[in-house]
Write a protein that binds this ligand. Structure first.
Ligand code: HEC
Ligand code: HEC
Length: 267
């Protein structure tokens, strides 16, 4: 169900995008190149060593010294740095104690420490890597793209996260959290890694362009939560309709009472 929306854009916009993408890539590589090099690289072994130390202190009690997993936590072999970045970046990991679902909390690690732990965990089996900004940035998307992101969101996400992204309860005391205030990068990582009951939305199912549109829609939704209709908890047209109906009936009942009262006086 993809519309060929690109055909409508002005050709200069493409050039502008290309230039921006090149600048972004340049900046990204300047800052990140040493971090994203392969772990076989000599210069990277200090990072892996740093990661090992942090892992043994903060993670091995539940995930095992060889990331093989224990009764307290699953194996991390092959989960990929995107999953480590999501779990740690949102403060879910390190978990404070075992439980049905790890809540979001304040992340106390730096990006470098997270990258180091991710690099160490990658030595047990590599997986999906941390995305680059151009894979998740909503920068430069059109109104049309945002509208399409809204469609994708309502089709694929709202069943658990609610139409307004406010989250909702799931069976067995679990829940889909609110999506308000979640980093763009973490939205991408959640979609690609599927934490807990959330399905994995792979590259084949949802392209990076699709995820960018959803991210743009969520940003738009939370920047302007009430740009139309009545503020009835942002629950959409059904409660608004119900409200109109109840208020309308109320007026009619009041009118009927008034007629009845008048009728009594006339008698
Ligand atoms: C108290 C135990 C505990 C500690 C400590 C802990 N974890 Fe976990 N971890 C878990 C449990 C339980 C799960 C699975 C629950 C879930 O998916 O929400 C999990 C899941 C994960 C996942 C997701 C795995 C997947 O299949 O995608 C990653 C990644 C992870 N942990 C990384 C870490 C890292 C890195 C640390 C250390 C900084 C850490 N954990 C510390 C218990 C722990
Ligand atoms: C079947 C239910 C389900 C569907 C469908 C679903 N999610 Fe989730 N989602 C969850 C659950 C459950 C969690 C919490 C995972 C955890 O606590 O480890 C979650 C977590 C997230 C998070 C992390 C938020 C945070 O607090 O850090 C994001 C972002 C997210 N989902 C986005 C999406 C998007 C975007 C879609 C649609 C493309 C989607 N989800 C579809 C159940 C779902």
């Amino acid at each position: 169900m993809r519309f060929l929306s690109t055909g409508r854009r002005h050709p200069a916009i493409k050039t502008l995008f290309l230039a921006l993408a090149l600048i972004a890539m340049g900046a990204f590589y300047a800052g990140m190149a040493p971090v994203s090099q392969s772990s076989a690289d000599g210069g990277n072994s200090t990072q892996v060593e740093e990661g090992r130390k942090l892992y043994e202190i903060g993670c091995s009690s539940c995930h095992g010294l060889q990331a093989e997993g224990t009764s307290q936590g699953p194996t991390l072999a092959g989960v990929g740095s995107a999953s480590v970045d999501f779990q740690m970046g949102t403060g879910r990991m390190p978990a404070a104690q075992p439980g049905a679902q790890m809540p979001r909390k304040e992340n106390r690690y730096t990006d470098e420490e997270i990258a180091a732990i991710a690099a160490y965990i990658d030595t047990f089996g590599p997986g999906l890597t941390i995305p680059e900004p151009e894979q998740y940035s909503a920068e430069g998307l059109s109104e049309e793209d945002i509208a399409r992101g809204g469609e994708l969101f309502r089709t694929n996400c709202s069943a658990c996260h609610n139409f307004s992204g406010k989250g909702g309860a799931l069976p067995e005391g679990k829940y889909a959290p609110t999506l308000e205030g979640v980093d763009d990068k973490h939205i991408w990582e959640a979609m690609r890694t599927g934490p807990q009951q959330m399905p994995v939305f792979s590259q084949e199912v949802m392209t990076d362009q699709d995820t960018r549109e959803i991210i743009a829609y969520l940003n738009h939704l939370h920047e302007r939560p009430n740009d139309g209709g009545m503020a009835l908890g942002g629950l959409g047209p059904v409660p608004e309709g119900a409200f109109a109906w109840i208020a309308g009936i109320g007026v009619l009942v009041g009118f009927a009472v008034w007629i009845a009262a008048k009728g009594v006086r006339v008698k």
